[in-house]
Design a protein around this ligand. Structure first.
Ligand SMILES: [Zn+2]
Length: 350
């Protein structure tokens, strides 16, 4: 079984990875075996490749990358009831302990024991097949493609962020950052009812893609425009109801309250491996509500539903597709952060 293996920082190989056969390929009664079809390249995969770690998660041993996936069920455990062989599916990559306190409280994504694909020491799914719990595997309607289905994982972050923000119809929002997560957040905010979503970035190409997604998205290039001026001008000085921080940049995080209206909400999405500063005084005079999110919970079926109905269209975000045999090259390209690319995906041989 050829897999895309991160041997160590800066070193990838496409090779046989026999250990996975023994440890993680045993089908339990409530598991399904899935033949993988499409896997998206995530910023976190690239970060493990270029840095060998994300915060406390360190790549100490060779690890298979990939966690944004779709595929086809090829075998079902004896107690599986909702899925059958041949079903096209997408998978939620984090498996919590079903008996943990966090899971019982409905917050399974922040269960300290969660096992998440391609987060050391758990392997990812850039490999021909995987075994996954039925409970975290979601059947796709015929009109949702494998490529769109592999976008459900990043989309879930945006939908979770919009849910935490408690968007109301007609709200105005600002999304800081036009990377994949910023753009799925903008789409989620619109689907949740926002009237207008400002999206900021430094890269003009990314902003062009953002602006083409919807007439309700207003791209703002922060190298030439002050987003606070734009927002204040459009809102008679009031500000936006919600600010989504999706850059992960400490510099951007410092400014999250500037464009926010009194009583508004800031959602921190971008990962911050180190402690950051933000303006607590600016938060206080607005009585700002600040939400933090970690991945997502309970939103995969909602994402699939919105892709199927057309409420959200992620197709413009998929800018490049590679064959599995070219996946090392795909990661090299992704690591160079081409400004015109949003999401790159890898297709496995069928
Ligand atoms: Zn991801």
């Amino acid at each position: 079984m050829q897999s895309l293996v991160l041997e160590k920082k800066d070193e990838l190989s496409l090779r046989d990875f026999p250990a996975i056969d023994r440890e993680e390929e045993t089908l339990g009664p409530r598991d399904v075996r899935i033949k993988l079809h499409t896997v998206g390249i995530c910023g976190s995969d690239v970060h493990y490749y270029t840095h060998g770690r994300i915060g406390p998660f360190v790549v100490n041993e060779p690890m298979i990358l990939g966690h944004e996936a779709s595929g086809t069920v090829i075998e079902t455990g004896s107690e599986v009831r909702t899925l059958k062989v041949g079903d096209r599916v997408c998978m939620e990559p984090g498996i919590p302990d079903p008996n943990s306190r966090a899971t019982q409280l409905g917050m399974y994504n922040i269960d300290p024991a969660v096992r998440f694909w391609a987060t050391p020491p758990v392997h990812g799914i850039l490999r021909p097949t995987c075994v996954h719990p039925e409970a975290f595997t979601f059947k796709l309607p015929d009109n949702v493609s494998f490529a769109e289905a592999a976008m459900v994982e990043p989309l879930a972050v945006g939908v979770h962020a919009a849910t935490k923000a408690r968007v109301k119809p007609g709200d105005n929002a600002l999304v800081m950052g036009a990377g994949p997560i910023g753009l799925v957040t903008a789409l989620s905010a619109l689907a949740a009812g926002c009237a207008k979503v400002y999206v900021t970035d430094l890269a003009e190409k990314k902003l062009e893609i953002a602006g083409a997604l919807s007439p309700a998205i207003i791209p703002v290039n922060v190298t030439s425009q002050d987003v606070n001026d734009v927002v204040k001008r459009d809102t008679d000085g009031w500000g936006v109801d919600i600010v989504f921080e999706a850059t992960g940049s400490p510099h951007a995080a410092k400014t999250v309250f500037e464009a926010l209206c009194p009583g508004g909400c800031v959602v921190m999405i971008g990962g911050q491996p180190d402690p950051i500063q933000y303006d607590a005084g600016a938060a206080m005079i607005r009585e700002a509500r600040v939400e933090n999110i970690f991945r997502y919970a309970h939103v995969f079926p909602r994402c699939v539903g919105m892709l199927s109905s057309g409420a959200i269209n992620v197709k413009p975000l998929i800018t490049r597709t590679f064959d599995f045999s070219d996946s090392v090259q795909a990661f090299e390209i992704a690591a160079s952060a081409p400004p015109a690319d949003v999401k790159m995906q890898i297709e496995l041989p069928q």
